[in-house]
Ligand binder design. Structure first.
Ligand SMILES: C[S@@+](CC[C@H](N)C(=O)[O-])C[C@H]1O[C@@H](n2cnc3c(N)ncnc32)[C@H](O)[C@@H]1O
Length: 346
């Protein structure tokens, strides 16, 4: 298409039409009982934000990028511990303090999920917060985001970014530091309008050496903990509301898929939700075309270049849609600059 077209206007939009928010004291959630323990542990280890993963063909492109050239050396440090500076383009974006190589959630996907599946002014509960993107986009779209994340250094970096980018917003994002298996207690008073997350994909990326980090577990234990967190998060979701998890399939050590996507669907169903929508997020090809031939020839493995966006509903889909209100994309569409002879649409 010709002309300038920006689908995702979230990062420059101002929230509008804010409604009442059901979270009681989001600021209080920022002081987790696990925070000081995790911080002390991280300090003692001298090993803050890092991501370990698999080697060779077991890695997907994201993990491959994360572990690529020099990453291990960079990971031995952290953003809070003089990690190498990011490039010039990162100055002023609020991402300077991010750990090098940490995978970044797609902000456009984030904007679409908020606009389609949550009401303006609604509360978003994220049990595997990771980086700051879901929180910042929520704030810019007038949603009250509450993220739960185990790693204290990641929460700290998120809070720095959140206060820099969202300090003047009506509902700045809040991050709680702790094991999400305790989310029933830490978020006991929270009534969420959307559960939204991107969990660890089993042990594909290992986020820390904390035994509470579920990415450190064998698959069976991982699924048990994962199901517990999903059940407890969904218990905090209001009736007639949506939940959305972004996941991707993972291979076991023999190269067979675990059926992580299926296990995610089953976990939500067992938590009482209905499987409602699936969309495919096509991810960058990266080095896949170079690797695909080899892994196909040796084991008939097909290259994967997508992730699964799973949408669930608690209660009734039509009532959930009504609760979300009409999808407002006027400000995003307003950034389309049609050129002569072009109606601005693809
Ligand atoms: C897939 S990552 C998120 C990164 C992702 N690319 C993003 O920013 O959206 C999942 C996160 O879950 C966190 N995590 C692992 N075990 C946890 C637990 N028991 N409680 C809370 N968070 C946990 C990890 O520290 C990691 O940051």
């Amino acid at each position: 298409m010709r002309g300038e077209h920006k689908i995702g206007g979230a990062l420059s939009d101002k929230p509008k039409g804010l409604g009442a928010v059901a979270v009681n004291s989001a600021a209080d959630l920022n002081h987790g009982t696990y925070a000081s323990r995790a911080k002390a542990k991280a300090k003692a280890d001298g090993n803050l934000t890092w991501v370990k993963g698999r080697a060779g063909d077991a890695l997907d492109d994201t993990s491959r990028k994360i572990l690529a050239g020099g990453r291990k050396a960079a990971d031995a440090q952290s953003n809070l511990n003089s990690a190498p500076p990011k490039p010039d383009w990162a100055v002023g974006t609020g991402t300077e303090n991010m750990a090098p190589g940490t995978s970044i959630f797609d902000p456009v996907l984030c904007e679409l999920v908020y606009r389609w599946f949550s009401p303006v002014g609604g509360v978003v509960l994220d049990p595997f917060a990771g980086g700051s993107v879901r929180g910042i986009v929520a704030s810019k779209l007038g949603r009250q985001y509450v993220g739960h994340e185990l790693r204290a250094e990641q929460v700290e970096a998120n809070r720095v970014q959140g206060s820099r980018l969202c300090g003047d917003d009506a509902h700045p994002p809040a991050w709680f530091c702790g094991d999400s298996r305790g989310i029933d207690k830490t978020c006991a008073d929270l009534n969420a309008d959307l559960v939204f997350s991107c969990p660890p994909y089993a042990d594909l990326e290992v986020y820390s050496d904390d035994p509470l980090d579920i990415s450190t577990l064998g698959y069976k234990q991982f699924v048990d903990a994962y199901r517990e967190i999903i059940a407890k998060s969904c218990a905090r979701l209001k009736d007639d509301r949506f939940a959305c998890f972004v996941v991707g399939e993972v291979r076991d050590k023999k190269g067979n898929y675990y059926n992580f996507v299926g296990d995610t669907v089953r976990a939500f169903q067992d938590a009482g939700l209905h499987f409602y929508n699936e969309a495919i997020l096509i991810t960058a090809l990266g080095s896949l075309p170079i690797r695909a031939g080899r892994q196909f020839a040796s084991g008939r493995k097909l290259g994967k270049t997508h992730q699964n966006i799973l949408v669930f509903v608690k209660g009734d889909g039509k009532r959930a849609a009504t609760a979300c209100g009409v999808v407002d994309c006027s400000d995003a569409l307003a950034t389309v600059q049609p050129t002569e002879g072009d109606d601005g649409l693809q």
